[in-house]
Design a protein around this ligand. Structure first.
Ligand code: HEC
Length: 316
C-alpha cells in the first residue's frame, strides 16, 4: 500500500498525468467522510508532508516539510492562508507553487483537508491590529523596535510587505534598508498618544544588513549623501520606496527608487533593485556581506543596478 502511494506521489511530482483513472487510494469508512481534498493531498503533497500529514517525507528533500498534525503554521492556518501558501509556494524552500498545477477550487479543497489533519486547530482569530498582505504590496509606517542590543529604535520606520511574503524593514530617516523578513507581516501596537503606533514585526529575519546599523550607500567626493524619503508606491508586484539624494550644501543631486525581490532557487538571494537619476556623479558602496552588481562609480544620468543579499532560510 505504501509503495502505491509513493509511486502515485512520484508520478504526480514528475508531472506524469497518465492513468488518472487508477483507483483512488481513499477509503470510505462508514462514519468517515472522505474529504474532497484528500485525493489531491495524496497526489501532490503526501510525498513531502507525509501520508498522515506528520511531515515525514517519502522523497528526499533538503529540509523537513511542515507537520500539519502539530498545526505549527508559520504562514497562517486559515484556509485562506494555507491556500495562498499552496498556490504561491515558499521561495527558497522545496515547497513548490501549485497555482499552475491545481485549480483554485482544488487548492481550496486541499487547504481545507490540511486543516482537518490537525487534532485541534483553532482558526486564527481575526485580529484587527494585524496587517495582512494579500495580493498587493502594503506599506506601513511607524516606530520600529530595535534590532538588537545596543541598537536604536527607528521612530520613522517604513515597512514594505510584498505578496511573496517577504517584507523589508527600512529606516525612513535616513532611508536605508535594515533587515529583510519572511512570513507574516506586522501588527500595530497601540501606544496611546505617546508617539504614534509602534509596529510589531511578525516575519522572521532572514537578512540583517551590517548588523542592523548599515552605513550609507551613496557618496559624493567621499562624503555620504543624505537620503530624504520622497514616497512609497504599492501599485506593482513589489512595493517601492523613493528618496532624494542631498549633498552637504543641501543641494538635491539625484533621486533613487528601489524595491526588493527574492530569487527562486535552491539558495534564496534577495535582490535590492535600484533606479537612479543623477544630476551629479556619485559613488555606491554596497553593505558588507552583499554584492554590488553594476559599476560603483555612477556618472550623471539614469542608471539601474542591484545589490544582492544572501538570506538565511529557516529550518535548515
Ligand atoms: C517537494 C516537497 C513538497 C511538496 C510536494 C509540498 N510541500 Fe508544502 N512544504 C514543503 C516544505 C519543505 C515546507 C516548509 C518550508 C519552510 O521551511 O518554511 C512546506 C510548507 C508548506 C506549508 C506552510 C506551512 C506553514 O508553516 O505555514 C503549507 C501550507 C504547505 N506546505 C502545503 C502544501 C500542500 C497543500 C501541498 C500539496 C498541494 C504541498 N505543500 C506540497 C515541501 C513540500
Amino acid at each position: 500500500m505504501r509503495a502505491l502511494f509513493i509511486i502515485i506521489a512520484i508520478m504526480a511530482f514528475t508531472g506524469c498525468n497518465g492513468n488518472q483513472e487508477q483507483e483512488s487510494p481513499a477509503q470510505t469508512g462508514a462514519q468517515e467522510v472522505v474529504h474532497a481534498g484528500r485525493e489531491t493531498y495524496m497526489m501532490y503533497c503526501a510525498q513531502c508532508h507525509g501520508i498522515t500529514g506528520d511531515g515525514t517525507a517519502t522523497i528526499e528533500i533538503d529540509r523537513p516539510a511542515r507537520s500539519f498534525i502539530d498545526g505549527g503554521f508559520s504562514f497562517g492556518n486559515t484556509v485562506h492562508a494555507i491556500s495562498k501558501t499552496t498556490a504561491s509556494g515558499i521561495p527558497g524552500t522545496p515547497m513548490p507553487p501549485f497555482a499552475e498545477v491545481l485549480t483554485p477550487e482544488e487548492i481550496k479543497e486541499v487547504a481545507e483537508y490540511v486543516r482537518t489533519l490537525a487534532d485541534v486547530l483553532p482558526e486564527a482569530t481575526l485580529d484587527e491590529t494585524e496587517l495582512v498582505v494579500d495580493n498587493r504590496p502594503v506599506v506601513a509606517r511607524g516606530l520600529l523596535p530595535s534590532l538588537g542590543e545596543g541598537l536604536e529604535t527607528h521612530p520613522r520606520g517604513v515597512m514594505i510587505g510584498n505578496p511573496d511574503r517577504f517584507s523589508y524593514e527600512y529606516d525612513g530617516e535616513p532611508v536605508r534598508l535594515l533587515a529583510i523578513r519572511q512570513g507574516p507581516f506586522l501588527r500595530r501596537a497601540d501606544w496611546g498618544n505617546r508617539g504614534g503606533s509602534a509596529l510589531e514585526l511578525l516575519g522572521r529575519i532572514v537578512t540583517i544588513i551590517e548588523n542592523g546599523n548599515p552605513n550609507p550607500l551613496f557618496y559624493s567626493d567621499g562624503h555620504a549623501l543624505r537620503t530624504q524619503l520622497a514616497s512609497t508606491n504599492v501599485s506593482g508586484k513589489y512595493g517601492t520606496i523613493s528618496y532624494d539624494l542631498v549633498d552637504e550644501d543641501g543641494h538635491e543631486i539625484g533621486n533613487v527608487t528601489e524595491y526588493c525581490k527574492p530569487t527562486t532557487g535552491v539558495r534564496t538571494l534577495v535582490e535590492q533593485q535600484f533606479e537612479v537619476a543623477l544630476k551629479e556623479p556619485i559613488e555606491v558602496k554596497a553593505p558588507e556581506g552583499s554584492i554590488l552588481v553594476g559599476a560603483s562609480e555612477l556618472p550623471r544620468g539614469r542608471h539601474s543596478f542591484k545589490i544582492v543579499h544572501a538570506s538565511v532560510g529557516g529550518g535548515s
